[in-house]
Design a protein. Structure first.
Length: 436
């Protein structure tokens, strides 16, 4: 028998065992967790600590105890701007304090003086084939800069564990400051015939990113908004946990953030906004440029559900109300792009989808989440390259994870090492526990 055929046979014989464990023993508790949690990706098990953010089921994500609406209200903003400085958010994530104007300016200066990208990073990016995925290039570019790590140098030279956080702080700032340049250079390579736009040191993080993307105001506001709402989402999501897990080996920020990017690139994590946009554009094509009626939208939603698919951009594992990140984006759209055809469709679906999901009864949360219109906004301002959306996500998410990694080192969190069991052991433990 060929190896692959034998393996296929083994897999087909094994699957019923896992299915039986979930069906007959899913709720059985073993060592304080259920069989379903052991098999099902450890969902809901409280085994991580972070003080950077907390996901409240009714209020959404809180950064350092502040709701998103409080964050947008309280953080300092550029003169005349709607959205706060991204640098001010990072100050909050690091310290837990809302910065003053002076403190925000100090953080802006820290970012600006660290933004210059080493020449070899451009060369690494240039070396990738033109058809490469931008997240692959982004991850490689971040990892390439590992040679710059202060933490790696200090660790090998010998440094007290109590001081680990200091070079991690330096690495975090050095990397975060360079990410807009890395991302926009990748964008220029893949989608603009290599025509790079030079960084402007007189602009803040969000405005400079928009400048290097070559997109006029209010895309600077979009960039600030995007990076802030994507910055953190507790430590249990794949990207955050991957970064934390790798860092628990005492890997530096560069290796940890690169691993985070790889986790974020997976279809079940960072690609949701692309799926929403595809679904909406399929609907637009079906409508053939005509205004949709409520009945047409309802039918399209039901057709999607009846085909065994989910409604992209709706539902959430923790939230039990409309995602505040969606609400903040919606408020921006209502002000800046109310006549955009895709946004008008999103707005109509906001009224149509939740009642249908409630009627269907399968979704624990029938309300829209972050991804329901993120892609719509970037599409409106000319960023129509789907694959690049996850890079935008990665820049924002790096802010929260980098802050977490500094605190991981400061508090001396240990190497992560959960215990595994074999299927046979789990079957025996589940049967014994159920018999008691």
């Amino acid at each position: 028998m060929r190896i692959k055929d034998k393996l296929r046979q083994k897999i087909e014989e094994w699957r019923p065992r896992t299915e039986k464990l979930l069906k007959e023993y899913g709720d059985v508790v073993i060592d304080k967790v259920t069989v379903s949690q052991i098999i099902g990706g450890m969902r809901g098990i409280k085994s991580l600590v972070t003080d950077i953010s907390y996901l409240d089921p009714m209020e959404g994500i809180r950064y350092r105890g502040y709701t998103l609406h409080e964050v947008f209200e309280k953080l300092p903003k550029p003169k005349g701007a709607e959205m706060p400085y991204v640098e001010a958010l990072y100050y909050l994530l690091l310290t837990g304090d809302i910065p003053t104007e002076e403190e925000a300016s100090e953080m802006i200066d820290e970012f600006n003086k660290r933004r210059i990208l080493p020449r070899y990073v451009y060369e690494v990016i240039d070396s990738f084939p033109c058809c490469s995925h931008p997240m692959t290039i982004f991850s490689a570019a971040v990892m390439t800069m590992q040679r710059e790590s202060f933490f790696a140098k200090k660790y090998h030279a010998g440094i007290s564990k109590l001081e680990y956080w200091d070079p991690m702080y330096e690495d975090a700032l050095n990397l975060l400051a360079k990410l807009p340049e890395v991302a926009t250079y990748i964008f220029a390579k893949l989608y603009r015939d290599g025509k790079r736009i030079q960084s402007n040191p007189n602009l803040d993080y969000g405005a400079n990113f928009a400048h290097m993307m070559g997109i006029a105001h209010p895309y600077d506001e979009v960039a600030r908004l995007h990076f802030i709402i994507h910055a953190d989402h507790e430590s249990g999501n794949v990207s955050a946990h991957t970064g934390h897990l790798v860092a628990s080996t005492l890997a530096d920020v560069y290796l940890s953030i690169s691993s985070m990017v790889n986790g974020l690139a997976g279809p079940l994590h960072g690609l949701a906004n692309q799926e929403v946009l595809r679904w909406l554009q399929d609907l637009m094509e079906m409508l053939d440029g005509q205004e949709s009626t409520e009945e047409e939208l309802k039918q399209y939603v039901w057709n999607t559900l009846n085909s065994g698919q989910v409604i992209p951009g709706y539902g959430h594992a923790v939230l039990r109300k409309t995602d505040p990140r969606y609400t903040i984006q919606r408020e921006f759209c209502l002000k800046h792009m109310p006549e955009d055809p895709l946004f008008k469709l999103v707005n109509k679906l906001y009224k149509v989808v939740p009642p249908i999901l409630q009627e269907q009864g399968k979704a624990k949360n029938p309300w829209p989440n972050l991804d329901a219109q993120t892609g719509v906004i970037h599409w409106h301002y000319g960023v129509t390259q789907y694959d690049f959306y996850t890079v935008l996500f990665a820049i924002g998410r790096s802010l929260g994870i980098a802050a977490n990694l500094v605190w991981d080192r400061a508090l001396g969190y240990p190497l992560e090492r959960p215990k595994s069991v074999t299927t046979a052991m789990l079957e025996e433990m589940a049967a014994n526990a159920k018999a008691q």
